[in-house]
Design a protein around this ligand. Structure first.
Ligand SMILES: Nc1ncnc2c1ncn2[C@@H]1O[C@H](COP(=O)(O)OP(=O)(O)OC[C@H]2O[C@@H]([n+]3cccc(C(=O)O)c3)[C@H](O)[C@@H]2O)[C@@H](O)[C@H]1O
Ligand SMILES: Nc1ncnc2c1ncn2[C@@H]1O[C@H](COP(=O)(O)OP(=O)(O)OP(=O)(O)O)[C@@H](O)[C@H]1O
Ligand SMILES: NC(=O)CC[C@H](N)C(=O)O
Length: 562
């Protein structure tokens, strides 16, 4: 059987656009004589549709769209289609919607396999919406048996996920049925998995190793078709693949781009290079690609074309500008320099140099006078007090207002430039430098910001040398350095990573990293105290296992033991 892995980039709720994509990819697959075309999980409505699933009209549109996809399979020589869809439950006793893999052939829905394992950890909330399957059944397509699974259904692996206690194993159940199938139906074992599996560091390799092990365990060929593209915070990396019965990767789609790959189950499998993520260089390039795709899709899918951001001459805004240019094109990115009386001389010149290197428009709007006017108005209330945080924070707040005014006027989205180290410790001003539509590097620690910036300069200088080498500073008071308030980033970031991503205790972090326990506690205190800021922050593009946003939910008004 010739199988086409149709790795598409759907938009949530765009039924007609998604249908058009499904049509186009099907016709490409027809041109390549495919017998079966496979689309990702919930391809018809896009993943994750979240509370849109609670609207009856949304599910009705998904059902109507599925009928149109089925029509594509009607007629002589047309391929079958396996497609993800949300459908209503006929006689609900629990949830009203099911997440299904729909097998369509000869113009009809031939089989529907409901998803059984509904992920409910980190960013996933599928038990909120979907009724799980109670049983699994093998399906038949083009006269051949196939095991249909939906994403998490193939993820019940205790070695990889010891803390996910699923009591059933859908693949196990399907393979038991396979063992008693009559020949020739029960020939080569074929597991088809439609996925919407978002990216984080290491995920591409984990996915391939885990599915490779599954293929080997069941002596089956596993075809996994993943969604590509970003929806809000989640970036789906694509990287669809086929694992052969010995666990080797025998077909591989592109990462971070749409693709159509043909795999013929009757041809001798040829091992292809899997995606290695162990080396730092590959890791940096994958993170870069994820952030570029995340930015492009956020702006585009929200109906915008352009973005603007404040350029301080610092490394964070320089990196975000470089990512934005690759995502949107230089003509769609604008940099604004907003020097205050505390800005270094390099601030504007470094920003100007960056803008030149990137080929973007750059304008300067000084904030000195506005700051003076604000301070004068506040004078009766601030009299007798010394210059402090209130005065410092006025500057980013003025900049935030200016950027939002320009956004209102020009229709460009504001990109916010805070990194994960700052967002973790609250080293950022609410309604100031935190304003913006999207936190492009909000899941990237400051030490990783440097690695990514060197990656941005891999072919020629984009980010000026001075920007890469000057000590980080918010430039909100004379001579200010980040290290006045925070430990050096090489010390801070490992503490944050251990605490945020692995919930390691202060004692253990201190012992393992050889740092003072009081320092660790003071860092943890900063993280705990600034939860209120993160809950008001722009959506963060997720590239780590634990990012700020919907996958990390902590109360604000709570007593905290540190
Ligand atoms: N639980 C809670 N729920 C909701 N709101 C709460 C709150 N607790 C305090 N707040 C509010 O938050 C205010 C304090 O927060 P905020 O106004 O942001 O100010 P704050 O956190 O006090 O100061 C901002 C810090 O970030 C640094 N910074 C600023 C800008 C850029 C950079 C950089 O390097 O990029 C660094 C700056 O040097 C300073 O150390 C309080 O006055 C109060 O109004
Ligand atoms: N003088 C400035 N002109 C324009 N934008 C500024 C200026 N200062 C700060 N910003 C904006 O506010 C953000 C926060 O910058 P800040 O200088 O406080 O420290 P930072 O987080 O180290 O960022 P960066 O490395 O970009 O300087 C910047 O990334 C930039 O978008
Ligand atoms: N759509 C899903 O089932 C997502 C969970 C999935 N196992 C993943 O992270 O890839």
């Amino acid at each position: 059987m010739r199988i086409a892995l149709a790795q598409i980039n759907p938009t949530v709720g765009d039924f007609s656009g998604n249908l058009q994509k499904i049509r186009e990819f099907t016709e490409c697959a027809v041109a390549q004589r495919a017998d079966l075309v496979i689309f990702p999980e919930l391809a018809i409505c896009g993943y994750p549709p979240a509370d849109l699933l609670e609207k009856e009209s949304f599910v009705k549109r998904a059902e109507a769209s599925l009928a149109e996809v089925a029509a594509l399979t009607k007629g002589e020589g047309r391929p079958a289609i396996l497609c993800g869809a949300a459908l209503s439950v006929a006689q609900p006793t629990g949830k009203h919607v099911r997440n299904v893999a729909a097998l369509l052939e000869a113009g009809e829905i031939r089989s529907l396999q409901q998803k059984m394992l509904l992920p409910f950890y980190d960013v996933f909330d599928e038990q909120r919406y979907f009724e799980p399957a109670t049983h699994q059944s093998l399906a038949v397509v083009k006269g051949q048996a196939v095991a249909l699974t939906v994403c998490e259904d193939a993820w019940n692996d205790k070695v990889f996920w010891p803390r996910r206690n699923y009591s059933v194993d859908p693949v196990e159940e399907l393979m038991k049925q396979w063992a008693v199938l009559p020949q020739p139906l029960g020939g080569q074992r074929l597991i088809l998995n439609i996925s919407a599996s978002p990216y984080w560091h290491g995920k591409v390799e984990v996915r391939q190793r885990m599915i490779g092990a599954l293929a080997k365990r069941h002596h089956a060929t596993v075809v996994l078709v993943n969604q590509v593209g970003a929806n809000d915070s989640l970036v789906f990396d694509g990287n669809s693949f086929v694992a052969g019965p010995d666990g080797e990767i025998v077909a591989q789609a592109r990462g971070f781009a749409e693709d159509l790959v043909i795999f013929d189950t009757d041809s001798a499998p040829v091992k292809v290079a899997s995606v290695p993520e162990t080396d730092a260089a590959t890791q940096t390039s994958l993170t870069w690609q994820a952030l570029v795709l995340g930015t492009r899709d956020y702006v585009r899918k929200c109906g915008f074309k352009k973005a603007l951001l404040g350029l301080s001459g610092g490394i964070d805004s320089a990196l975000v500008a470089a990512i934005a240019v690759e995502a949107l094109g230089a003509e769609n990115v604008q940099g604004i320099g907003m020097p205050s009386e505390f800005s270094s001389t390099g601030s504007v010149s470094d920003a100007e140099k960056l803008a030149q290197n990137l080929g973007i428009a750059f304008s300067v709007v000084p904030v000195r006078e506005i700051y003076t006017q604000f301070s004068d108005s506040l004078q009766p209330f601030f009299a007798g007090t010394s210059f402090g945080l209130a005065e410092e924070n006025l500057q980013p707040r003025i900049r935030g207002s200016l950027l939002m005014a320009l956004s209102n006027k020009t229709g460009a989205l504001v990109l916010t430039t805070g990194n994960k180290s700052e967002m973790a410790t609250g080293y950022c001003t609410l309604y100031g430098d935190m304003v913006g539509a999207l936190a492009v590097i909000g899941d990237v620690y400051k030490t990783e910001v440097y690695a990514l910036s060197h990656y941005a300069n891999r072919e020629r200088e984009i980010i000026p040398e001075d920007t890469l080498t000057k000590p980080p500073s918010a430039e909100l008071r004379p001579g200010q350095k980040d290290t006045d308030s925070l430990p050096p980033y090489e010390v801070l970031d490992p503490i944050l990573r251990a605490y945020i991503e692995d919930y390691v205790s202060a004692e253990e972090i201190a012992a393992k990293q050889g740092v003072d326990e009081n320092l660790v506690r003071s860092v943890i205190q900063l993280v705990e105290r600034s939860e209120y800021k993160r809950q008001q922050a722009a959506p963060v593009l997720k590239v780590s296992k634990k990012s700020f946003g919907m996958g990390r939910r902590f109360p604000i008004a709570a007593k905290r033991e540190v």
